[in-house]
Write a protein that binds this ligand. Structure first.
Ligand SMILES: Cc1ncc(COP(=O)(O)O)c(C=O)c1O
Length: 365
């Protein structure tokens, strides 16, 4: 029997009545666009901020815009440099380029695929303004040493939490350690909309107000534009859908952790490298990524048995063609160069059955 990599349909069926009602409600109220007075957007923003423990949440159009808008809120632009991990989705770097700043890649840790905090200081120059820590796969980056460095050098810390809904560092949600934390609510994310959507959380009142303006052409009130902004509003339909789903987020994170624990139990003793919590980081398992020297062979076997897999991501960012001008080498980024050849993402979603986890594990162990 073939299963999907992520089963969005089953999740929809379990929430169908409430989601359909929410969609009808938005349409009946013609509350489509997310101005400051859209009740669905306001409600979701308040609820997501409360879930994460942040003071503010500002919805926006997607997780890529969330990073770009956060950088704009900090006035980061041409002449500035921003440190970005060498293994992440391209959005993290694209957002830096979009504001006119220069990306400075830093290699990642072998064990976690997150930014290697020990290499950050060597990448800081007089132009560096911020570090973006990405909590890749749902595992928090090592925030303590990163914060120590950003504080020492007077840099902003931004957290890209696009894959880390529900991830905890020490005793707090990720996204609340840096000046802002950015989220994607892309449909396949642990908390996903039914289209593109994103958001930024912050405890900083000035950043929050600036973000509210930036997502809506610089305007909080009709006719008033203190600054120029963007059209990057979270729309009413997506906000209403997200608000129906949000109360289930924690139980979905726990279900993902249960799937991960089962995988790890079955795969223990194999030659595979397995993911897990870190010293202070509680993994939210947006992805369950194993490492193997015969990755392609395992992927092929799983595929033939009806189990799709993914590779997140096939190349370290410095080695993408669009960054060829940086002339990155294996010697500069040994982990980001080599690790992508070994990683394999196994199916993981809250409704994944024990039987499937066992079958997948049997095929690859
Ligand atoms: C680490 C990371 N950052 C940013 C994004 C961008 O989010 P979006 O697709 O909503 O623009 C993603 C999306 O996959 C991501 O994985």
């Amino acid at each position: 029997m073939k299963i999907p990599f992520v089963d969005l349909h089953t999740q929809y069926l379990t929430l169908k009545t409430d989601i359909d009602a929410a969609i009808s409600d938005v349409i009946a109220n013609t509350a489509f666009v997310g101005f400051a007075n859209n009740p669905y957007v306001t409600a979701f923003q308040e609820h997501f901020a409360a879930y994460t423990g942040a003071k503010h949440c500002i919805g926006c159009a997607n997780g890529t815009d969330a990073i770009e808008l956060a950088l704009r809120a900090l006035n980061i632009g041409p002449e500035d440099e921003v440190i970005v991990p060498a293994q992440t989705w391209i959005s993290t770097a694209e957002a830096v380029t979009a504001v006119g700043a220069q990306v400075r890649f830093v290699d990642t840790q072998k064990t976690t695929q997150n930014i290697n905090s020990e290499l950050i200081e060597a990448a800081i120059t007089s132009k560096t303004k911020a570090v973006i820590a990405v909590h890749l796969r749902g595992l928090p980056a090592d925030l303590d040493p990163i914060l120590e460095i950003t504080q020492k050098h007077g840099l902003f810390l931004l957290e890209d939490c696009a894959q880390a809904h529900g991830a905890i560092y020490k005793d707090r949600h990720v996204g609340t350690f840096g000046i802002m934390g950015t989220f994607s609510f892309f449909p396949g994310k642990t908390l996903g909309a039914y289209g593109d959507a994103g958001g930024i959380i912050t405890n900083d009142d000035l950043c929050a107000e600036k973000l509210q303006r930036l997502v809506n052409h610089g305007s909080l009130h009709k006719g008033e534009h203190l600054i120029e902004g963007r059209n990057s509003r979270l729309d009413g339909l997506q906000a209403a859908i997200l608000d129906v789903k949000l109360p289930y987020l924690q139980q979905w994170v726990e279900a993902r952790r249960k799937c991960a624990a089962l995988y790890s139990q079955h795969l223990q003793g194999s030659s595979l490298l397995l993911p897990g919590d870190s010293k202070h980081g509680r993994h939210a398992y947006h992805l369950y990524v194993i490492e193997s020297h015969n990755r392609d062979e395992l992927a092929e076997k799983l595929n033939l048995a009806g189990y799709p897999t993914g590779i997140h991501y096939p190349r370290g960012l410095p080695f993408l063609q669009c960054y060829a001008y940086m002339q990155a080498t294996e010697a500069n980024f040994p982990v980001a160069f080599n690790q992508p050849k070994r990683i394999l993402s196994l199916p993981i979603f809250p409704e994944l059955s024990e039987e499937h986890i066992e079958a997948i594990s049997r095929i690859i162990s």
